[in-house]
Design a protein around this ligand. Structure first.
Ligand code: FES
Length: 189
């Protein structure tokens, strides 16, 4: 159906077409809302205003309802993630072993707050829940990879290396060979 006089014609961009395809099999109902949002976030790393609009159209839900769900669940982002995302484990085993001290030391180096990007927008430390690998507490996850058995001093060292632009994949656990790197904690860096 053509829009009537004065009605807004939604602009079909490559992005909206892609999002539309991503959720095309979902039913127009609230029951599939979280599934739709997870798909979008998995694909793009965040849920843009444009994506919320497309999801709302597909599921026949008001924009405010979609926005409410996105902002209610801490897992969903409304902005593109930082280039390097460091997950900080807030679970009890990590906290008992100075997890908060490691977090604060790293944030101080980066000059940012938990959940916010560094000034250059490249790095963010984000709150995460225990993933069950508590034997390696206290730990962080660099781009999803566990780097455990840390101390605050090692946290500082890691934050500095990331800040200096070192490839995240090169940064490993103390005493463990990082993928393609040297044994951590032996170079004094
Ligand atoms: S409490 Fe941190 S991994 Fe379990």
């Amino acid at each position: 159906m053509r829009p009537g006089p004065g009605e807004r014609m939604p602009r079909e961009t490559e992005a909206t077409a892609e999002i539309r395809a991503l959720v095309s099999d979902l039913r127009p109902d609230d029951a599939d809302l979280l599934e739709a949002l997870h798909r979008v976030q998995h694909r793009y790393g965040y849920i843009s205003a444009e994506a919320m609009e497309v999801v709302g159209e597909r599921l026949k839900l008001p924009p405010a309802h979609v926005y409410g769900a996105v902002t209610y669940y801490a897992d969903f982002r409304v902005e593109p993630p930082a280039e390097v995302v460091v997950g900080w484990c807030s679970g009890p085993a990590c906290r008992l072993r100075n997890g908060a001290g490691i977090r604060d030391a790293m944030l101080a180096v980066l000059g940012t707050e938990l959940g916010e990007k560094s000034d250059d927008g490249r790095i963010a430390i984000e709150l995460q829940q225990c993933n069950g690998s508590c034997e390696r507490a206290p730990q962080i996850w660099i781009d999803g990879r566990v780097v455990g058995n840390l101390t605050a001093a090692e946290g500082v060292r890691i934050a500095r290396r990331l800040q200096a632009g070192e490839e995240p994949a090169q940064i490993g656990e103390p005493g463990v060979v990082a993928p393609g790197g040297a044994v951590e904690g032996t170079s004094g860096g």
